[in-house]
Structures are given as structure tokens and as C-alpha cells.
Design a protein around this ligand. Structure first.
Ligand code: S3P
Length: 439
């Protein structure tokens, strides 16, 4: 992509490229950063996090924590997210002086609710237009069962009002596989009497369990059940947040589009509950190797080297759909360029993310001239298609904006992405980094 790519207000213009090459340092993982910030707030002592996520979503979590009495500051500027310090106040937070604004962040609202359910005050959580449409019954049901009093807008939508208090433990079997719900209930479990168990229908990301352990809690995982005994106190930690694999996915897919491309991504989160993405990318044809594997506070970290070769496409279904839920937009947006195309099944959850991601992907791909079959819980995108640059919309969704930034690299002609600044929700420097690696 030439250097003269221009940003027009919140629009970004992306030009076709011949390949991608180089190294990208990816900011800290969003899922881990949210959990570290919340647990640091209810721990004792001052926690420090290096490479903390630069995501606006994580800034929403930090602001909510500050509103609950946990001071935080950026202690040095190193990279984009930098190092932050959070002053823990122990399990009892202070009643907030204003509504807790979660912005665009479902993770903030859902996981923080678990902590608020155990507080001796009432609080209110709100979000932006997109978050105000997202389902919260999935956390209201278990928290109410534990004893919290929660009211919401019609259909279990935000804003939420939570009257916290003493909680009782539950054995909860959520119908939907959701790591946010699991973390929410386990965080509430810290405040409950007895042992709280979450038995999930399939394995979801386990950053909540790993972070709880890092802060000194005992938590047991057997099969698909995680158990925590209430009343445990957390201790502050100093940790390095691994690079976000879901952000790395955009560069990996960009490399996959061009045989001969080469990309290096150091210090990336390799947690097995997230790294299924790498298996799928390899099955689809990307050459991937991982070096310098290390463990940081229970999270695996490694350097990814990827090389574009044949891009074959494939099928994502069942537990793979749940494991790759955040990466499906970029896999789908780049699928028309693959040999065999892509089919996504069992992805009803895609419709209740920051946007309806099935319809957003289909609309943008059609604008680029692609054929797409949209289904209630997935899509089928034939391979071997040629796409043309077009005027696209982010639908206010960070992953849609970035996915089509990548797809645009192989289109014929330039692509304008309106509302591209949505990328800041998880990765503010994304388009700058994309320009740097595009030839
Ligand atoms: C997340 C879990 C996933 C994912 C989201 C982050 C987390 O959501 O889509 O971006 O940090 O736990 P669900 O828990 O709703 O599946």
C-alpha cells in the first residue's frame, strides 16, 4: 500500500498491495488486560502491568475501576499501551459517584457486574448505542440466583442497576459457551459463601481462571467445570500482558493473502483456548511457526513467524466457531480470495457482537462484488473470487473495520472504510501498522 493512503475524518482509504512484510509489535491482549485491571482493583497492594492493552475498551474498564475508588495511572510510556499501575483497595470498593460507563465494551459490563454483585452498594452500568443493544440476561440470571438484585431495560438489555449484597454460591451451567459469563460468575464467586462452580457447555477461553490464580486465588478446573471458594483475598501482581492474538489475526490473514509474504509477531499470547486460530490458519494454507515459548503468570507467550503460501479456505463449525468467534470477521472478509472458500456454521453469537457480524460481513463483501450466502447462524463464501475496492462501512464495529482493511489489500482499486476509527475499540494503531507492512 503506498504511503499516501489518506485518513478522511473517521474514514480510512486502503490501497491494493502486492504483499506484506515485516514485524509488528502487537499491544497487550484485551481479554487479559480487562481481567487484570478488575482483579487488581479488588486486590491488596499496587499492581503494575506492562504492555497493557491500548484498547479503548480497556480504558473503559480502568475508568469504571477509578469510579469505584481504585486509582490508576500510566507509569511510563512504552509502546502504545505502556505500563499502568492500579491501586487495589481490597474486596470492598467505594460506591460510585456516577453511572459506570462501559462504552462499547461488553466485557467490562459483563465481568464487572460479577464484582458489583458482591458489593454493599448499588450501582448502575451503561454503554454506547451498540452495547445498549447487547444481551445481558446471560449474566443477570446467574447473579440473581446468587442473590444480587438486578434490573435492566426490556429484554435484559443495558443499562443495568445492580444492588449488591451477600451472595450465595451456585453450580451454574450456562446454555451459551461464554468466557465473559464464566468470568462474571467466578468473580462473583469470590464474594459468595461456599463453592461456586461454572460448568460450561464447551471450553471457552480461561483467562479468568488464570488471572485469579495469578492474583493468589485457588481455583480448580476439571473437565469443563471451574470451581472457586468464596472469601479468598487477592494480592497485587506485576505482570507483562502478552500481545493480543485476536489483533495478530489481522496481520496473519494479510500474510495469507499473498504467497511469499512474511510477517513476524513477537510476544503473542499462545493460550491454548485461543490458539486454535493458528491450527485453522495452517489448515487453510498459511505457514506458521512459533518460537521463544515462555510462560508469564500462567499465560503462554511466543513469537509467531508466518509465511503466505496457497490459501485454501475451509470450514469453521462447532467448538471451533466458539474458539474463533473474534477472528471470524477477518477470516470471512478474506475468504473470497481463497481457493475453496469458507463456510461458517454454529455462529449465532456472531449476530449479537458489537454489530451483527454476519450481516455486516455479507453487506461489505457484496459491495466489493463478492458472492456470499448468509445464513441465520453462519455464512458460505465461495472462493476464487475477484473483489473490487468499494465504499464500505465499519458498522461501528472495530473488527469489521480492521477485517475489511485487510480484505482491501487484495481488491482491485482503492477501498474507503467509513467509521474506521472504530478500530480503536481494540487496536488504535491498526491502520498505521497495516500501512507499514504493506508493500
Ligand atoms: C471475551 C469472550 C468472547 C469474545 C470477547 C472477549 C472475553 O465473548 O468474543 O471479545 O474476554 O472473555 P463471549 O464470552 O461472549 O463469547
Amino acid at each position: 500500500m503506498p504511503d499516501d493512503s489518506k485518513h478522511e475524518g473517521s474514514s480510512v482509504v486502503v490501497y491494493p498491495a502486492n504483499g506484506v512484510r515485516g514485524m509488528v509489535r502487537i499491544p497487550g491482549d484485551k481479554s487479559v488486560s480487562h481481567r487484570y485491571a478488575m482483579l487488581a482493583g479488588i486486590a491488596e497492594g499496587v499492581s503494575r502491568f506492562h504492555n497493557f492493552s491500548a484498547a479503548l475498551d480497556c480504558a473503559s474498564t480502568l475508568d469504571c475501576m477509578a469510579n469505584l475508588g481504585c486509582e490508576w495511572k500510566r507509569s511510563e510510556s512504552e509502546g502504545e499501551g505502556g505500563t499502568i499501575e492500579v491501586h487495589g483497595v481490597g474486596p470492598q470498593l467505594s460506591a460510585p459517584s456516577r453511572v459506570l460507563d462501559c462504552g462499547n465494551s461488553g466485557s467490562t459490563m459483563r465481568m464487572l457486574s460479577g464484582i458489583l454483585a458482591g458489593q454493599d452498594f448499588s450501582s448502575e452500568l451503561c454503554g454506547d448505542e451498540s452495547l445498549s443493544r447487547r444481551p445481558m440476561a446471560r449474566i443477570i440470571t446467574p447473579l440473581a440466583e446468587m442473590g444480587a438484585k438486578i434490573s435492566s431495560s426490556e429484554g435484559g438489555r443495558p443499562p443495568l442497576k445492580i444492588q449488591g449484597g451477600p451472595l450465595k454460591s451456585i453450580h451454574y451451567k450456562p446454555e451459551i459457551a461464554s468466557a465473559q459469563v464464566k468470568s462474571c460468575v467466578l468473580f462473583a464467586g469470590l464474594f459468595a459463601e461456599g463453592e461456586t462452580v461454572v460448568e460450561e457447555p464447551m471450553r471457552t477461553r480461561d483467562h479468568g481462571e488464570i488471572a485469579l490464580r495469578a492474583f493468589g486465588a485457588e481455583i480448580e478446573r476439571k473437565g469443563n467445570a471451574s470451581r472457586i471458594v468464596g472469601g479468598q483475598r487477592l494480592r497485587a501482581i506485576e505482570a507483562h500482558v502478552p500481545g493480543d492474538l485476536s489483533s495478530a489475526a489481522f496481520f496473519l490473514c494479510a500474510a495469507a493473502l499473498f504467497p511469499g509474504s512474511q510477517i513476524t509477531l513477537p510476544g503473542i499470547l499462545m493460550n491454548p483456548t485461543r490458539a486454535r486460530l493458528l491450527d485453522i490458519l495452517m489448515q487453510m494454507g498459511l505457514k506458521v511457526s512459533v518460537a521463544h515459548l515462555e510462560e508469564h503468570h500462567g499465560e503462554l507467550v511466543g513469537t509467531i513467524e508466518a509465511r503466505g503460501a496457497a490459501w485454501r479456505g475451509g470450514l469453521i463449525a462447532g467448538s471451533d466457531t466458539a474458539a474463533l468467534i473474534d477472528e471470524i470477521p477477518v477470516l470471512a472478509a478474506t475468504a473470497p480470495y481463497s481457493e475453496g472458500g469458507l463456510e461458517v456454521r454454529d455462529g449465532k453469537e456472531l449476530r449479537v457482537k458489537e454489530s451483527d457480524r454476519i450481516s455486516a460481513v455479507a453487506m461489505n463483501l457484496r459491495k466489493m462484488g463478492a458472492e456470499v450466502e448468509e445464513r441465520p447462524d453462519g455464512m458460505r463464501i465461495p472462493g476464487g473470487q475477484r473483489l473490487r475496492g468499494a465504499e464500505l462501512d465499519s458498522f461501528g464495529d472495530h473488527r469489521i473495520a480492521m477485517a475489511f482493511g485487510v480484505a482491501a489489500l487484495r481488491a482491485e482499486g482503492e477501498t474507503t472504510i467509513r467509521g474506521a476509527d472504530a478500530a480503536g475499540v481494540s487496536y488504535p494503531a491498526f491502520f498505521k501498522e497495516l500501512r507499514k507492512i504493506a508493500d
